[in-house]
Design a protein around this ligand. Structure first.
Ligand SMILES: NC(=O)c1ccc[n+]([C@@H]2O[C@H](COP(=O)([O-])OP(=O)(O)OC[C@H]3O[C@@H](n4cnc5c(N)ncnc54)[C@H](O)[C@@H]3O)[C@@H](O)[C@H]2O)c1
Length: 457
């Protein structure tokens, strides 16, 4: 089979950047990205891309209308493609059986049914979305229920990119994982997908496995990463009680090569569309397979994350004389992490909602996420303003809550900020981003995570 035409169904945070990099690195393939969302496709075809990701604009500019196309014509895309990547969203179910834990696979199933309807020859279908282990089995049943007798090969190729560094992660991945059936046809399909990545990824970084290992590895990878964050955050609470310093503890512990230094930063907690939903999915699967102890073990990672955001607001209240009612709080950063405008499951949402419940007045600034912040807090009641300029946000504020680790926050003029604020001025650094000693010397009362507060009282 000559595989020259690739289709990606789903033009989101994964489908968009992934296909842009494949198009860039594989000029011999023609790539079309389709989506039901017309606005999103129009944005991919415009100068204002629908998502912010460092380096993405340049890659798209190089490939668009050369070998990279964005379209809403899903039937045509399916008919013409040799390989179809499925990159639709798989959120947590909000209704019915498994609500709050299981993955909602309705978008995936609709995609499979569209493939059955429009395909007039067999194809390789690649699961790019994150899915519960054994989804490929259901996918295969749907695809093979076609009356045309077409044969499909299903491949699992989960995506490990992190938002904010997506282009670099795609261009220099630690590994690419490709799982397929252990049949000769399955192995041939694996090789077709390996051949795409082999255009720029060293062969030893392309791992091939059976389908189920590949599906499960994605959930396990996110669970292990989130577990590190929750582990460190749990210890940050203990540090605050004992005058141990979380930065010193993690720096020293991380020097052990068995532990490693990465992903050991204390914060208000993890966010993003994936960690929580993927762990809950794992929890659901463990319950489904009759492993309640395993389910409970992993669920605690999510509980600890919720606790950390609540604890942060609790610390704010305790420091500010047990009330924030009617006080202006400047929120610096709303995105779930730096270098993205994505706010899905951002801990900033929980922090802001809790502060609003306490009747605080919020002045929110974020370099890229104000539009999404507005949508997230649309139904929240209270006094909220959105400020393009960080200095507007802090004017007359009693406190600053820094919630996203944007590098630009380090460069703010904190002497000017101090002068603009009510006194005593409080600063709660939810990312341990700033120079706390310097801030204290300016006059702030500084509350980092997992470290002794620096106060003038
Ligand atoms: N965001 C991340 O950092 C990340 C990283 C790795 C893996 N993933 C996984 O990748 C998948 C996609 O995530 P995302 O963040 O790109 O989601 P997203 O919501 O940004 O994009 C999904 C897109 O699929 C489209 N879609 C849904 N059903 C469709 C259909 N039937 N036909 C055509 N288009 C359809 C939606 O309109 C949407 O634009 C999820 O399973 C997620 O867990 C995400």
């Amino acid at each position: 089979m000559t595989t020259k035409k690739i289709l990606c169904i789903g033009a989101g945070y994964v489908g968009g950047p992934t296909m842009a990099v494949i198009a860039d690195r594989c000029p011999q393939y023609q790539i079309t990205v389709v989506d039901l969302n017309e606005k999103r496709i129009a944005a991919w075809n415009s100068d204002e891309l629908p998502i912010y990701e460092p380096g993405l604009e340049e890659v798209v500019a190089r490939c668009r209308n050369r070998n990279l196309f964005y379209s809403t014509d899903i039937p045509k895309g399916i008919r013409e493609a040799d390989i179809i990547f499925v990159s639709v969203n798989t959120p947590t179910k909000t209704f019915g059986c498994g609500a709050g834990r299981a993955a909602d696979l309705q978008y995936l199933e609709k995609t499979a049914r569209a493939i059955v309807e429009y395909a007039d020859e067999g194809k390789i279908v690649v699961e790019k979305s994150t899915l519960p282990v054994r989804t490929a089995q259901a996918m295969s049943r749907i695809l093979h229920s076609n009356p045309k007798g077409l044969k499909f090969q299903i491949i699992s190729n989960p995506e490990f990119l992190a938002e904010g560094t997506a282009i670099n992660d795609l261009e220099n991945p630690d590994r690419v994982l490709i799982g397929g059936m252990e049949t000769p046809e399955g192995q041939r399909a694996i090789e077709e997908v390996v051949a795409i990545y082999a255009n720029w990824v060293p062969r030893e970084r392309i791992i091939t496995t059976n389908l189920w290992s590949s599906e499960l590895t994605k959930l396990v990878s996110n669970a292990l990463l989130a577990q590190r964050v929750s582990s460190v955050n749990s210890i940050s609470a203990l540090c605050e009680k004992t005058e141990a310093n979380i930065n010193e503890v993690t720096a020293a512990a991380g020097r052990d090569s068995r532990i490693g230094a990465k992903f050991l930063k204390a914060s208000i907690g993890f966010g993003g569309s994936c960690f929580k939903k993927d762990i809950l999915n794992l929890v659901y699967l463990c319950g489904y397979y009759g492993l309640p102890e395993v389910a409970e073990y992993w669920e605690q990672v999510v509980r600890m994350n919720d606790y950390q955001a609540r604890r942060f607001v609790g610390n704010m209240l305790a420091a500010m004389f047990n009330t924030v009612a009617d006080k202006k709080i400047a929120i610096l950063g709303f995105a779930f992490k730096a270098n993205t405008g994505d706010t899905r499951e951002s801990p900033a949402i929980a922090v802001c909602c809790q502060l609003l419940e306490e009747h605080a007045r919020l002045r929110i600034h974020d370099p890229k996420a104000l539009g999404n912040a507005r949508l997230d807090l649309e139904d929240a009641e209270g006094d909220i303003s959105y400020c393009e300029d960080p200095y507007d946000a802090v004017k007359g504020a009693h406190a600053i809550a820094l919630l996203t680790e944007w590098d630009s926050f380090r460069k703010l003029d904190f002497r000017r900020i101090y002068d603009l604020m009510e006194k005593p001025a409080f600063l709660f650094d939810g990312r341990n981003l700033l120079d706390h000693r310097k801030l204290y010397e300016i006059g702030f009362n500084v509350y980092p995570i997992g470290q002794k507060a620096l106060t003038h009282f």
